[in-house]
Design a protein. Structure first.
Length: 125
């Protein structure tokens, strides 16, 4: 039996932490939760959607075990996928086609500047 009761942070490998921080904050509207030096050459940066309990750690590629440009499998939830898709595209975010199948919430992909892929999915009723 475990006492795990949530997911706090998911690591995302990036090649340029400043560029990644700007993308998530300025382009996606995330908030910066933490930006602290952990060595003379490394920083721990966490960003998250406002009011979210789970954050993303923007991990420097030089110190991270994971590859840059990966399909993260992470899904972000929005109230209206079509409106979000249009808004992100207008803001210069690389978005995939808005997909919609019967019985499945509308969704699309989003790639960060390093090619890390995320999914944006409309909340289910």
């Amino acid at each position: 039996m475990t006492t795990i009761n949530g997911v706090h942070t998911v690591g995302i490998t990036v090649t340029d932490q400043d560029r990644a921080l700007a993308f998530y904050v300025e382009m996606l509207g995330f908030e910066k939760r933490l930006d602290a030096p952990i060595s003379p050459t490394m920083r721990w940066i966490e960003v998250a959607p406002p009011s979210a309990t789970t954050s993303l750690a923007l991990t420097n590629a030089e110190s991270a075990p994971a590859a840059v440009g990966t399909d993260t499998g992470i899904r972000f939830v929005v109230p209206d996928a079509a409106a979000e898709h249009a808004g992100m595209a207008a803001n210069g975010v690389t978005v995939g086609e808005l997909l919609s199948w019967s019985g499945v919430p509308p969704m699309f992909t989003v790639d960060d500047p390093d090619g890390n892929r995320f999914y944006v999915v409309e909340e289910s009723a």
